[in-house]
Every structure is written in C-alpha cells, then in structure tokens.
Design a binder for this molecule. Structure first.
Ligand SMILES: Cc1ncc(COP(=O)(O)O)c(C=O)c1O
Length: 449
C-alpha cells in the first residue's frame, strides 16, 4: 500500500472559492511588489499554496488541487513523503552543516547512489542546485579531456548560471553565449529541423553534428551535453537510436557525453535514470529536482575512468552534501526501492499516455501527445497539417484546467505533465478528465466561434 492510498478521491480536487481566490490575491500582490521574474506557470495563474500532501496541493483559500507538476518535477514521491520529511527533520535537529566533512549519512548516501547508477558512474560530488551540478559537470569534462569546447542542443535547458546559460538559447537579456559553446538541432521528429522523416532519415540530425564539429569548432571539444528528454521545451522525447548514435559520435571524437538528468532522474521516466531507456551510459551525469524530493540536493557523477579529474575540481560548497540534504536523497532512493516506484512510474505513464491518445483522437487542436514514464506532454496546434503552434490555446487550457483543480505546467503551445510517480491511476484519470474538459472548452471558445 503506497503513500497515495490515504487520499479520498471524492474530495479531490475541491474548489471552494474561484481561484486565484482573495487570500491568494492578497499574498501574491504583496509579494509581487518586491519579487519579479515569475515563471509563466505563476504569471498565468498566481495562486498561493499553503500545504502539500501526497499528490495534492492546497491553496490559502482552501482549494485543493490534483498535482500534475510535482512542484517543477521535484516532488516525485509526493509532497512531504513521511520518510523523507522525517529524515530531514532528524538531521535538522542534530547537525545541519559541517562544510564538506564526511558524515555517516553522507557515506551511506554515496554508497547507495553508487549502487544504483549505471555502468561505472561512481565519482560523485554533491551540490545544492541543478545548475551548480551542471557547472561542475562542465568543469569535470574540461579537466578530464584538457579541452574546452561543448556542443549542446536547441531548446535544451540546463540552468541559469553563465555556463549553463551558454549551453542553451540565449536572448537579449542574457547577452552573448560564452566562447566555445555550439548549439545543434535535436532529434525532435514532430518538428524536424531538416524536414526529414524518421526512421528513413537515419538520424541525419546526429550526422549533421559532424559538420558542426568540422566547420565551427576548433577541434577542442570536451564533449556533448544533452537532456535525455527535454523538459522545459515540452517533454520532447528523442527517437529510438538517437541517444545511442550520439554516444558513438562522442566515442569517435574521444569526447565525453554528459547526460543532464536533473529533471529526468529518480524514476521520473520509469527508469531510475532516463538514459537507461536507451541502454546508454554517459560519462557524466547530473541529478537534481526529485533527487531529494524537494530538499535542495543535487549531484554531479563522473565515470570511474575519469575519477582522478574530480581531484582537480574542488567539490566543496557551503551547502552541497549537508546532512539534511544527504538524508533527503538517501530516504528518497530508499522510498523508490521500497515502494517499487520505477515499475509504477512506467505503468502509470503508459496508462496516462493511452488516455492522452484518446483525447488526441477527438480534439483537432491536439497535434501531438507523448510521454515516457510520468514525464508527459501535449502539443497544441492551430492546424494539424501546418502544425502552427497554438500558444493562445496553450495558455487558456492551462488556466481553465487549473481553475478546475489541476496544478500543472504550461510551456507556450506545449503543456507539460509531471505527476508524482506515486499517483494512483484513478487520480491520474481524474486529472486527465479535467484536461480534456479544458481542451474541449478552449476549442469551442477559440476555434468554433
Ligand atoms: C535539465 C535541467 N538541468 C538543470 C536545471 C537547473 O536546475 P535548478 O533550477 O535546480 O538550478 C533544470 C531546471 O529546470 C533542468 O530542467
């Protein structure tokens, strides 16, 4: 019996006051005088949350929502999982920080983590945000190869520090990309950058990377950095063989492959790590988000082959690997194992994807649905032939579903679903029912006027 079992489905969602209600408005407006730069998730629906329990969230006006966001892919084991909360509380009462000295709980976490990582990934450093783990990965790749250039992919997201920003699309506010960073199109078959069709294309997008290597880089490539599945861009899953072909390319050019698993780790995609969906072991892997199920703890993990380079890049930070963080991560891995959540995540994801396929069959604005485990997405289009993105519909569907009691994530014309991997099928079906209603109403409003 999992932690989700104590929720009475008749009582969720429960909307008592039209959200965002007066209390939400009050708190948000007061905060908004100081805090700027909210995500579109908040800007479009500025509700103020007070409590989280399992797969539900409650706002300050007393409305309870089904959670299809897990924060932002963070609370995969549900909000306040008792085992994780107790582990953090225990260490909050005994020892909160002792720099990078070893503690018993850190030792146990390192041993546990090394036992679940694939291949020879066992050189570990602990950090406190996804972006700092990514930066450590870049430093490790440079230290291991003695080279300094990187290739990454269009619309991947790796965080907001300068190196991480240089791996992604920069806009005017961020200024220019640091030298030595090169971007290439991804294997995104619904919108192929080369107007080709999979599988006849034979992953031409990977062959194209060789052109960039030859024509644009100085041949000083430390490696390729990728999100195994794009999260921020809209849950975009590469075609089979794409990841494996990139692995081969890295081997050919003697460069490292870094899988940024900040968003996809710890069962989110039905495997402990998303790269396992394609039986591929990267040289560097970053973990974050649900690694500590809400407590800020992240990791950069390097292959045994390059472990000596870890000595060259100091691992010590103010908060990385503090006892509370290690306890949260250790407890989270134990919960995944004890509750057999990898199998559940895969099974639940398939079930949800089946429901999304049914929605696509009857709603013309749904251009594509996709998912791997509990990382799922819906792409809205004005016309299925032209595939013109339907951003207005994206916003409206997001807001309508939220108002009906579904906390989730917009991304322009894409909608992103990331339910906690402990969710029951019954609750997931309720959430999907809300989405279908919102899509139907949006179609009526925007298309069939
Ligand atoms: C793939 C990926 N890498 C890195 C990051 C940055 O993590 P953080 O926000 O914890 O710095 C994110 C955040 O969304 C992410 O999705």
């Amino acid at each position: 019996m999992g932690y989700w079992a104590d929720v009475d489905l008749k009582k969720v969602p429960e909307i008592k006051v039209v959200p965002p209600g007066p209390q939400s408005e009050n708190y948000h407006n007061r905060a908004n005088r100081y805090m700027k730069g909210y995500s579109s998730q908040v800007q479009l629906f500025p509700v103020v949350f007070e409590k989280g329990h399992g797969c539900t969230l409650t706002d300050v006006d007393g409305n309870t929502y089904i959670d299809f966001s897990s924060g932002i892919y963070v609370t995969s084991l549900g909000h306040c999982h008792p085992k994780v909360s107790e582990a953090v509380a225990k260490h909050a009462k005994t020892l909160m920080n002792c720099h990078d000295f070893t503690t018993p709980v850190k030792t146990k976490l390192l041993e546990k983590l090394a036992s679940v990582t694939p291949g020879d990934l066992n050189g570990i450093q602990l950090y406190d945000s996804g972006t700092t783990a990514v930066e450590a990965g870049l430093r490790a790749m440079r230290a291991a190869t003695g080279r300094f250039e990187f290739i990454s992919f269009h619309r991947d997201f790796h965080g907001k520090t300068m190196g991480a920003v240089s791996l992604a699309r920069v806009d005017r506010t961020q200024g220019m990309r640091a030298p030595g960073f090169f971007l290439v199109p991804r294997g995104y078959c619904y919108r192929c950058a080369f107007n080709m069709k999979y599988p006849e294309c034979k992953h031409y997008c990977v062959d194209y990377i060789e052109t960039v290597i030859k024509e644009e880089t100085s041949g000083q490539l430390a490696g390729i950095v990728l999100e195994p599945i794009q999260g921020w861009a809209g849950s975009i899953i590469p075609p089979d063989g794409w990841i494996q072909k990139i692995r081969k390319l890295c081997d050919k050019y003697k460069m490292l492959l870094m899988a940024d698993e900040v968003l996809t780790c710890m069962g989110r995609t039905g495997k402990m790590f998303a790269m396992e969906n394609w039986d591929t072991v990267p040289d560097v892997m970053t973990l974050g988000k649900s690694f500590g199920n809400g407590f800020p703890v992240t990791a950069m993990i390097l292959s045994e082959k390059y472990k000596d380079s870890l000595e060259k890049i100091s691992a010590s930070t103010s908060y990385g690997g503090n006892p509370m963080a290690c306890a949260a991560a250790l407890a989270s891995i134990e919960v995944i194992e004890e509750e057999n959540l990898l199998g559940h995540s895969a099974d639940l994801g398939n079930y949800i994807l089946g429901l999304l396929e049914k929605i696509k069959a009857v709603h013309p604005i749904v251009g594509d649905v996709r998912g791997k485990g509990c990382l799922l997405g819906i792409e809205l289009v004005k016309d299925r032939k032209t595939k013109e993105p339907f951003e207005e519909a994206g916003k409206l569907v997001y807001k309508k579903a939220f108002a009906k009691g579904l906390a989730w994530m917009p991304a322009g014309h894409n909608l992103r679903l990331s339910p906690p991997i402990i969710m029951s099928k019954e609750m997931a079906a309720k959430g999907i029912g809300i989405i279908e209603e919102a899509i139907g109403e949006t179609e009526k409003e925007l298309c069939f006027k």
